[in-house]
Design a protein around this ligand. Sequence first.
Ligand SMILES: [Zn+2]
Length: 421
Amino acid sequence: MEGRSTVFTGEFLMTEKLYYENPGQTEFSARILGIEKDKKGWKVVLDRTCFYPEGGGQPADRGTINGISVIDVQKENGKIFHYLNDKPENDHITGKVDWDHRFDYMQQHTGQHILSGVLKRMGDFDTVSVHQGEEYTTIEIAQQEIAEEEIYRAEDLANEIINRNIPVEAVWTTSDKLDAFPLRREAKVTGKVRIIRIDDIDCVACGGLHTATTGEVGLVKNIGTERIRGRVRLVWKIGKRAYRDYRQKTEIISRLIDMFSARLDDLIEKIEKQQEELVKRARTISELQKRLAEMSAGILCEKAVETPSGNRIVVGRMDDIPMDSLRKAAIKLAEEDSGKAVGVYVCLLGIEGERLNWCLSVSEGLDLPFDRIRRELLPVIGGKGGGKYPLWQGIGEKIEGLNLFLENFKEIINSMERDKS
Ligand SMILES: [Zn+2]
């Protein structure tokens, strides 16, 4: 480990940036100038590197150094730090950059330059900020809205520029000579400046990595817009991502065409028709359930049993009835005898799909010992729920306890009345 510095100071730690000299280079050999353990991993400075450090909206390169994964690459005070998840065994290393990852972001970045240039020239849709995400690239523009035709126009113009396969030039200059360049936005740097120029389409100071020509970007496709801070953000699929997106959407549409026995041009119409049909059927089902609830309640009412005080107990099953209708039925049954000399205790249970609904109610003036019911009856159906006078409701998971619940309800009411008299 002779000659290795563990202190990251001094000019000698400057790294030759091979990624600028040849952005297409993926393998390189280099020497370790400094290494130390950091909480993120082994922090390594090399004399030269193809690894692009995170910056300018572009993420850090991935890859390996002597077969060890490079988990991050960062630039601090002009130094480039490679973070490795293990320590390299010797000072002479071979680095390999993950080209798929790198090229993906070169496409994102260059595509964004083309789009920002086109949008600016189209009508002052100035780019305010950009984000190159893992799924898509976004461009926020200095406008509150943009018409769909304008987005399509930007997309078409950008794809024309891609088809023309124009060189993407990187020119080094100094901050005092920037007047010679028609910059899209002001460069806030001093000293050496790197200018990225695409013919008369875009010209901007940028430290990122780009494809050699516009043709390598392949394709740009807008997939939507978002609103942010009162402005519009355009969402793009660029390069291979646009092709993958096209493939995925074609697969989805092909499946829908099969499912709906449709053609591409009447697919939406068929889906809409089916949706309308579903809404109609849901309405019919709801109406039928309501009627079923009323009929079942009528039958249960006829089978009511009398309590020692001459009140009535209505218990029974009402399957396939939604909780809402069950509750309405319980209230109605309890209210039916309101104002009369006697009242009604109501206990309704019903299986709906996988679960059990329960609902209890009483006529005004009658007591219901809900604490006792909670203690003695709910466990029978593995139930939970509650409520307040005169309505209690909930669900249960032990459907097999249904009959016992109904029987015991009657007994609890009868014994309560006997105790009172
Ligand atoms: Zn750039």
